[in-house]
Design a protein around this ligand. Structure first.
Ligand SMILES: [Zn+2]
Length: 529
């Protein structure tokens, strides 16, 4: 190994690197890329044809072990994990610690491949780059790449409640996320049309409210909120849920790819299914009042329920964060409910917004007691934000800017750029009406004029959200994700000055072709398959 390093050092020392455009198809664009002069752009000797064949075989096998991670023979690659060595290559560039962990040098020379990183994570990202380059063009270019992320949070959210995708679908998307150097998977596990995670304390949540008579969400939701649920095992029932073993399998797969899985347990709105299973958690009004999707924050039993659920969720998911939802609670019942009114009086709360804030703060304290931090949708700003909460800014960017000014961390996921259930072009069927084209997704810039230099570290990053009201099957879901997730990955990872729409459009087209070969559905699916 040492011999190879020395040989490479000698070989590279004599090379004069010249700056070039991005490698064909590589997404996200690396921070610095140069082709070695005098090699005529090709590095065939660096990987044998046998290894290349193995590389393609290993790609996207979807086994919950490391098979899919690039494994070239030690002869072909020299890996060095050394912060000092990486810093030498960075030549005085100031990177935060979290950036250094992910940063890497990847050098493809005539005699082999050299990777230098400060951490295993950097080695992993170097290999993802190599893997993508090899897939795009098996005749690798002799080059040097020096790369690090712009944002620490680069996420995708999947709504499993409205349409249930299941474990293999999730693993497949985690694999693509890793290839794109994305590192947060937001798992929207519960919502009005179905509860999707096993909770031992409350088996009714999955025996009953994970199953419904209609598969397609809009067929089920004929009334304002929804139709009934049916017992598990009912002939023709649609649904499903993740067992604790499924979750463990997903987490193990994600961990190998440096992806943190963040579960979301919604409160106090979007709880039609919970109330269906446990009507006693509703406000004390005849029939539960006119908003059948809210829990009653006046009752202690609501908190007992949520805490028991969260304890099991904390046990399942080792993530730093727990997402507690907090969006779209209408709060009408709370103004009429004697329990809610008593709570407001006892706690000195002046409005329904303050009552919601009381609930979120209380759940935040509970999360802290168990070493967790909370994330909520931007409605958690209403009535006063919990002290340590991270805000997911979805209505637009204003709520995020407000939270940043108040010293909170923010993840930008604005509807008009990052909602992946919207149309990609006007002809697309079964999508939300507004247009979110690939170019529109790519155009989003998280650091706007409203963010002061000192507040930039509070902008954790970006996330695309796939809500599944309109989704019919896995084919449809992937078509909504890709290629738009490519654009979100580049905004999350690549340095702002490396972004370039015409160049990205060309690279996205090349990567789309590769993704299709690997069995992904990429929009438009009919023209290039
Ligand atoms: Zn109430």
């Amino acid at each position: 190994m040492k011999g190879i390093l020395i040989a490479l050092a000698l070989a590279c020392g004599s090379m004069v690197a010249k700056a070039q455009a991005q490698p064909a198809g590589l997404i996200p664009a690396p921070a610095a890329y140069s082709v070695h002069a005098g090699t005529e752009g090709r590095c065939k000797s660096s990987i044998s044809s046998k290894e290349m064949a193995g590389l393609h075989e290993k790609a996207f096998q979807l086994k919950p072990q490391a098979e899919a991670v690039l494994q070239l023979s030690p002869k072909a690659q020299a890996v060095r994990i050394s912060r000092k060595a990486l810093l030498r290559h960075l030549k005085g560039r100031k990177l935060a610690d979290w950036q250094l962990k992910s940063a890497y040098l990847l050098e493809l020379g005539k005699k082999g491949i050299k990777i230098v990183a400060a951490d295993e994570e950097g080695v992993f990202y170097a290999r993802q780059t190599l893997r993508m380059m090899a897939a795009l063009d098996s005749s690798l270019t002799c080059c040097t790449i020096l790369d690090w992320p712009r944002f620490r949070y680069r996420g995708v959210m999947l709504d499993e409640s409205r349409h249930f995708q299941g474990k293999n679908f999730v693993l497949k998307q985690l694999e693509m996320m890793a290839l794109l150097k994305m590192n947060r998977f937001h798992f929207h596990l519960v919502d009005n049309p179905g509860w999707r995670v096993q909770i031992d304390a409350y088996p009714r949540l999955t025996n009953l409210t994970a199953w419904r008579p209609q598969a397609y969400f809009w067929d089920w939701e004929k009334n304002e909120i929804g139709g009934p649920f049916v017992e598990e095992g009912t002939p023709g029932a649609y649904g499903g849920y993740y067992t604790k073993q499924d979750i463990a399998d997903i987490l193990s797969f994600a961990k190998e790819r440096f992806i943190e899985v963040i579960p979301e347990i919604e409160m106090p709105g979007h709880n039609y299914e919970t109330r269906y299973a446990f009507p006693e958690l509703a406000c004390s009004l005849p029939g539960g009042g006119k908003d059948p999707w809210e829990l009653c924050p006046g009752k202690e039993s609501t908190f007992e329920f949520l805490e028991k659920v969260l304890l099991e969720v904390f046990e399942m998911f080792p993530s730093q964060y727990i997402h507690i939802g907090g969006d779209e609670a209408r709060k009408n019942n709370w103004k009429l409910c004697p329990d809610c009114q008593a709570r407001m009086k006892a706690e000195g709360l002046k409005s329904a917004e303050e009552l919601q804030s009381y609930m979120i703060r209380r759940m935040e304290r509970f999360a802290h007691e168990h070493g967790k931090r909370i994330i909520g949708w931007d409605e958690i700003l209403q009535g006063g934000l919990a002290p340590d909460a991270t805000v997911m800014s979805w209505h637009g960017i204003d709520a995020g800017l407000q939270a940043v000014k108040e010293g909170h961390d923010v993840i930008f996921t604005p509807t008009h750029y990052y909602y992946l259930d919207y149309h990609q072009d006007p002809a697309q069927f079964r999508a939300v009406g507004r247009l979110v084209s690939l170019e529109k997704v790519y155009s989003f810039e998280p650091i706007t004029e409203g963010v002061l230099e000192a507040d930039v570290p509070h902008v954790l990053g970006v996330q695309g959200n796939l809500w599944t009201e309109h989704i019919q099957d896995a084919w449809h879901a992937e078509m909504m994700l890709y290629p738009r997730v490519f654009a979100i990955a580049e905004t999350g990872w690549s340095q702002a000055e490396r972004k370039n729409w015409p160049d990205f459009e060309r690279r996205a087209s090349a990567l789309s072709a590769v993704a299709r070969k690997w069995g992904y559905t990429v929009y438009p699916p009919s023209t290039q398959q």
